[in-house]
Ligand binder design. Structure first.
Ligand code: URA
Length: 276
């Protein structure tokens, strides 16, 4: 089947799911890419039949199992997790308040992975992590390191924006229960991507990844191990937006130079004297 037909099939399936009462049915870009690669299956065939997930009566998942030629590459595996994340209602308050889930973005085989806290209002609206003001600063840091956003992988501990009733700007911190509930998705992402280095952005990311709580000034700039993968802790870009002091920005840059060294990337003189 050609891609336009495949797309039509997906749209028809999503429409049918919505008519049947599904709560914001969605198809990820990754799934569409998979369809383009593998060809789609007809509506109502066993492979595209919406399957009920979770305990609520409005929760469905648009599953496209392309068995027997199931995609075993990282992109396909991530797409499969994203389909589960899209349909996740394990935190009913977040499932009800979110515009959409925010899974992750970037190279499925990245050497370098950044992990933040949770989507904010901009990310909730756009479905991509780190696209707001903090995200722009993170993108600047990534570029200064000599990478593009497409070359690294960016994800969060939480895949939903923490609900902030009546407040359209800013986030409350995720609760320990929310972090515990969402953590398995992040674990699966890391397992598939197998980055050479993980950067934990801020205290919530550290807690979500390592289960450790401590003041950031004690945690940052140090190497940890996440199941054997070197993990560098640094300040969250939002902290740098709140605290514009050059010395704090320099600390983050020094942490990133440690990351470059660990990745065995050459550091230029310009990079060594760089200030964010
Ligand atoms: N802050 C985060 O921790 N993650 C985002 O995606 C955006 C802002």
């Amino acid at each position: 089947m050609q891609f336009p037909q495949a797309l039509e099939t997906v749209l028809e399936t999503l429409e049918r799911m919505r008519e049947e009462g599904a709560h914001r049915p969605c198809a990820s870009r990754e799934m569409l890419a998979q369809l383009e690669k593998a060809g789609a299956v007809a509506p109502n065939s066993p492979q595209t039949r919406p399957s009920r997930t979770g305990t609520g009566n409005r929760s469905y998942q648009a599953t496209v199992d392309i068995a027997p030629t199931r995609d075993t590459n990282s992109s396909g595996k991530l797409a499969a997790i994203n389909e589960r994340v899209c349909a996740c209602v394990k935190c009913p308050n977040l499932a009800n308040s979110r515009t959409q889930t925010v899974f992750g973005v970037g190279n499925p085989d990245a050497d370098l992975m950044f992990v933040g806290e949770a989507p904010g209002a901009d990310e909730d609206a756009q479905g991509e992590p780190f696209v707001g003001r903090a995200g722009q600063l993170l993108t600047k840091i990534i570029k200064a390191m000599g990478f593009t956003r497409e070359e690294v992988y960016i994800a969060n501990v939480l895949k939903c924006r923490p609900d902030t009733p009546g407040i359209s700007y800013g986030n409350r911190p995720p609760t320990p229960t929310e972090m515990q509930t969402c953590r398995p998705y992040l674990m699966e992402q890391i397992d598939i991507i197998q980055p050479k280095v993980i950067v934990a952005l801020g205290a919530v990311a550290v807690e979500g990844l390592l289960g450790a709580r401590a003041p950031m000034h004690q945690l940052r700039g140090r190497w940890n191990s996440f199941n054997g993968t070197p993990l560098m802790v640094t300040y969250h870009p939002a902290y740098l937006l709140r605290n514009q002091s050059p010395s704090e920005k320099r600390k983050v840059w020094e942490d990133m130079m440690q990351v470059l060294e660990r990745l065995e990337k050459p550091i230029s003189e310009k990079q060594r004297s760089y200030f964010l």
